[in-house]
Design a protein around this ligand. Structure first.
Ligand code: SAM
Length: 239
């Protein structure tokens, strides 16, 4: 079967799965009813095939997990695995992460995992830990909500640490080389589809966990190279 046709079939099947949702479902404020319990809700953003949502759901049955990505054919893999395995504490949502606040109520999300996001070398505001995205997450979490990032990209990692410093956020855990840890904690031993590729390429995998906090004002980016875009976004010229 051709790749394009295969993608379309997966996409169509995704829509029929009982554990899959998209922009047509109005579930803001109702996710606990979807899961039929009051357990905390954890998102895996940019989840692709949802490897972290699946893995964590089995390590922590006392939480509910939702894998979020815009690509239905990728989500299909995770959704199918969860259905076939009978795992009830994991679901999948096909939306743009930018619109998270349209799909979750204030305080409805307990934790967020961001797994191997695109580094977006040229577009600071598209990085999933940019000021813009952290403010999206703030709309659906409490200030004590925790964000976990696992990444192979040094650029993305450093830009995240810069943003954390700028916003004065509290780092709860920082691991500069995950696979140098001995023993490797269970939560960090889960490997995603992209992670396996980066490991074969000899990349160092990093992890940070921080509190989302309650920052409201928008400080100047720490990196000189990010400032031009910052001013352009606001229609202002650099002086
Ligand atoms: C490099 S892949 C990583 C996938 C998975 N986490 C893994 O490690 O295998 C990045 C994923 O982010 C998703 N993505 C990027 N920006 C997004 C956005 N704004 N909204 C929803 N998904 C997004 C892409 O569709 C893609 O599946």
């Amino acid at each position: 079967m051709g790749n394009a046709k295969n993608k379309l079939l997966k996409f169509a099947e995704f829509e029929t799965f009982s554990n899959c949702y998209d922009y047509r479902h109005q579930l803001k404020g109702q996710w606990h009813e979807v899961f039929g319990n009051s357990n905390p809700i954890v998102l895996e953003l940019a989840c692709g095939k949802g490897d972290y949502a699946l893995g964590l759901s089995q390590l922590h049955p006392e939480y509910n997990y939702i894998g979020v990505d815009v690509k239905g054919n990728r989500l299909w893999a995770g959704a199918k695995k969860a259905l076939e395995s009978g795992w009830k504490n994991v679901a999948f949502l096909r939306i743009e992460i930018d619109r998270l606040a349209d799909f979750f109520d204030a305080g409805e999300v307990d934790q967020i995992w961001i797994t191997f996001p695109d580094p977006q070398p040229r577009k600071m505001r598209k990085r999933l830990t940019s000021f813009k995205f952290l403010n999206v997450y703030r709309q659906v979490m409490t200030p004590l909500g925790r964000v976990h990032l696992k990444s192979d990209s040094l650029l993305f990692w450093e830009s995240t640490l810069d943003q954390i410093a700028q916003d004065g956020l509290r780092i709860l855990e920082q691991v500069d080389d995950v696979y140098a840890l001995d023993p490797l904690p269970e939560k960090l031993a889960i490997q995603t589809f992209y992670e396996k590729i980066w490991l074969l390429n000899g990349k160092t995998i990093r992890y940070v966990q921080f509190e989302i906090g309650a920052v409201k004002s928008e400080p100047l980016p720490a990196r000189e190279e990010d400032r031009t875009e910052f001013f352009q976004d606001r229609g202002a010229r650099r002086v």
